[in-house]
Design a protein around this ligand. Sequence first.
Ligand code: C2E
Ligand code: CA
Ligand code: CA
Length: 294
Amino acid sequence: ALYRSKNGGRSTYTWYESSMDEELERRRELETEMIRALKLDGFSVVYQAQVGLADNKLKAFEALLRWVHPEKGRISPEVFIPIAEDTGLIEALGEYVLKKACTDAASWADTSLKVAVNFSPAQFKTGLIEQKISEALEESGLAPERLEIEITESLLIADTTSVVKSLKKIGNMGVSIAMDDFGTGYSSLSYLSRFPFNKIKIDRSFIMNIGKDAHTDAIVAAIIGLGRSLDVLITAEGVEEEMQAQILRAGGCDIVQGYYFGKPSNVDPANPHANVRCTLGTQEAKQIEAAYVG
Ligand code: C2E
Ligand code: CA
Ligand code: CA
């Protein structure tokens, strides 16, 4: 009951119910199975394209963790990540994703492509995060400029001074830092001035209503304006329709990500551009155009 109250945003109370025992049991079971999956290569990483709106070109891929349970089937990261965070397993899991993403990105034929990796606040607790990142870069041979880490605002609320220190060190390594899910948390402007960000990702909940609701359009325009003034890039997530991309382009958004441009999937190292909806290099585009006209 205590944990339920804490997760419910504190300052609340929860009566104990027997169903909580069952939930706790279920979480324990998943935890044990995650430990096994980590040992037996049961996790994998898929990649979702991020496309530049100005030139319609593929810029990066976001690494997303996947777990297919031998009996239960696919389990969403929205279910297992919070359990991993509570139990401390996120450290090992995070390290797995980081290493895999760096190694995979280093194998892509197009070396201009970046890779973005999600980090949980719990991964910042040990103070070893900078070390983990530099190890992963060194082992994979990936240039630091090709790695981006995605963090959420909740990280900034927890322990400001040590987190700022870590983020600055990570930034100084040449790795870029993106603020994920922007607009869903406190969105405190004072955070933005204190932390070394390179990018803001506007949450999917805003993009969903873009072009349908004047308030949402105004908020999205304001966030894009904020990005301009702070000299950081703006990414819109959850773009599912052409119309949304058009509105975002007109509004001056830099990068888009969503099912419209590509679902999270495997990347062919020899041809990372395959299956991504964006303009090809000018050479290929001319060839296709010529074939079409001819
Ligand atoms: P996120 O970082 O906001 O990731 C984007 C989520 O939105 C992904 O869900 C992605 O599949 C989904 N998505 C992308 N485009 C669209 C779209 O056009 N429409 C809709 N409806 N959804 C879209 P996924 O992969 O299930 O991941 C959910 C969350 O789990 C992530 O949200 C992230 O918070 C967390 N997560 C995933 N992988 C990792 C990881 O390696 N480490 C950590 N710490 N968290 C992770
Ligand atoms: Ca993310
Ligand atoms: Ca997000």
